[in-house]
Design a protein around this ligand. Sequence first.
Ligand code: AMP
Ligand code: MG
Length: 403
Amino acid sequence: MLQVEEAQARVMDEVAAGAVESVPLDESLGRVLRESVTATHDLPAADNSAMDGYAVRAEDIASAPVTLPVIADIPAGHPTKLRLEPGSAMRIMTGAFVPDGADTVVQVELTDAGLERVTIAQALPRGASIRRRAEDMRAGDVVLRGGVAIGPAEIAILASAGRSRVQVGRRPTVAILSTGDELIEVGETPSPGQIVNTNGPLLAALVREVGAIARPLGIVRDTREATIAAFEAAIESDFVISSGGVSVGAYDFVKEALEALGAETKFWRVAMKPGKPVVLSRLRDRVVFGLPGNPVSSFVSFHLFVAPALRKAMGQEARLYAPTVRARLTAAVRGAAERRVYARVQVTARDGELFATPLTSQSSGALTSMLTANGLAVVREGEHADAGADVPVILLAVPTLAP
Ligand code: AMP
Ligand code: MG
């Protein structure tokens, strides 16, 4: 059986960065930057005050306490043309440009806050409380490179570089097919033997969370013809995800239907639990993921294979995979002979240490076992992990703080 890393490498081999589009800065949060961005001006544009206080010459306050005449007032945004003459001070506000002649700022807390004359209580080293021109960025510096996900900090940098529009990776469209004769749509009442299609909404949500566009195409009945027709229609989208129908059951048509359409199967089974039957297939110029029907299996295989692929398609270059941390198990996790186990755990932080508590149900069919899971503890093939063991955990969300 194929190892998870090898399967992930095969997925990455099939995916390339997609097209680029321009969006307003306001709409770029969560998108992937696809151009490098250069600072258009020095920031700060000039030496400026880091404090509300008084601009002085360090040598004039060397023998503090001293009293100096206040010869001007400099609010932020109103630079003065006056020169600070020896033996004087100017009142200055945070962010205001430091006047010529001054080399030091004394914060107001070290003074009597005088308006005409100010008494300064202590000497300060030259340069105190001055932010130097260009110490943040220098005109012409590359301040952001393509391939990074845009978060609030990147948006601030883009704004500073004057970018009201940004080049980002286009969001790929992802068709979602839910195979199964037993399935009914959300809101319908199940007759005996029927269950609600929960994978459709689950996968659509996971796709949107990554930043791609979900196109849920509904339920596909378990016949060869219906499955072929559904995939034929689905490949209008950039990617296709199906759930169910990939095992060895008599009504599992996904792999067969894809092959009938001329698709090339890149893998079919991966040595993992949950989720062994996972199909990766190339159908013309599209990548198709056939995920298992069990909800938890499709959840786990989405995180391991689909999410990184979608990030790469948007042009992301680093951090394609969720981060792995080490955490201490609070209860044992049973391994499996030839498969790597991904156990749903709740990761909590306590006293600087991370703990991973396995969800009580590890059944791949139990929807509730995904509810508070913010991590997947990894137990290698043929191994077991006892309570207290230090194990790798793939973090799917920020750890919660222990009570
Ligand atoms: P399959 O891989 O098609 O054999 O399905 C495995 C299990 O997952 C069965 O118990 C199915 O009923 C269940 N299942 C398949 N598709 C879905 C779905 N869309 N929503 C919820 N459960 C599903
Ligand atoms: Mg099925």
